[in-house]
Design a protein around this ligand. Sequence first.
Ligand SMILES: [Zn+2]
Ligand SMILES: [Zn+2]
Length: 381
Amino acid sequence: MQRCVVVGRRCPSSSSAIIEKNEREKKKKCSRRFRRSSTVVGNNNDNDDDGRRRNQINLKANERANERRKQAVIELSKREEACKGYCNLCGKTHTLERTREAEEVAKALLEKLRKQKSVSDEDESGQFLVEDVYDQRTGGKMIGVLLCETTTTTTTTNTSERKVLKAFSGQWMGEWVVPGWCPPLARLTHDSLEYIEEREKIEKLSEEIKKLEKEASWSSSGSSGTAATAVTELKTKRKNMSRALLERIWDSYSLPSFRKERKMSEGDDDDNSDNSNSSSIRSSSDIKNNRRKLVELNIRKCYYGDASKLPCGCGDCAAPKLLAECARKGWKPIAIAETWMGPNVKRGAGLREEGVFYGACLERCRPILGHMLCDAALELE
Ligand SMILES: [Zn+2]
Ligand SMILES: [Zn+2]
């Protein structure tokens, strides 16, 4: 898995890593605050009892939160809850169900993958090993299939054909792109040149900070004060650069819906348009005789909720990748199925069991699926 320079640790996704770092810092501050308050009051037995009671209350609150999450997972696992979200544009909730047929296709995919060496359709280099997904410590992946329909029109006939798309959530063992699987929705990922260059700059700052800190610890008190000021300044600079990088990552998420708008004029096909444009409307080159454009929006524009607080990994799950690919190909989505592949997860928030079907998540998927499913039920033109 990719080690993120910004936080210097393994990260499930580049954007998540930066946000997670901020969350960790917040938690550290909280625990420091808690320790301080414990020290002040922790000098007699009464207060020890208070601490124990507080811990018990916290444990119970955690148990209740886990139970609520468990119930939410069970609720979202219902077939009719598989993929849905509120659409700001229509003021309606759009839904795509999980059908038995989709479940069968997902099960068959799981079986097929388990018999293969690599999860990639084209690669046998050992880069995408199936056995990695079954690693007890780091393995496990949500995979999804989307049953789609496409029509071939000739002057006399109209033929429908079934297609299947497959996607995994997040990265596959550190890789965003795996042959045969739907690509990520973010243009800026850890393997993009833009990200790598920015990452190098942040790495250099980290080295400089380390050097200065070392120097300060050896020098006299006068010069160590100057070094400390320089370290603080550099740390602020690094923090701002990390934040700016995170913003650029969010800027690069482009989400299509099945809604189409008429082209403004002839010849304004913008297949080469930059996805980072926050409200870009991109034409799909895959739609034959297409006289309309797909509506693509930046993730902040289609997120139902407070877009300034996009959750980590929003747009990286299997469902949004599947719908985006389907819309860009000009196909119609028929049904979806998402299941877990790998070791079972028993943690309260996780609760994943191989072969069991799950619905798109509440925090990251539902707020964007309303936009992505808009006009998905319309017949193909
Ligand atoms: Zn999700
Ligand atoms: Zn809509």
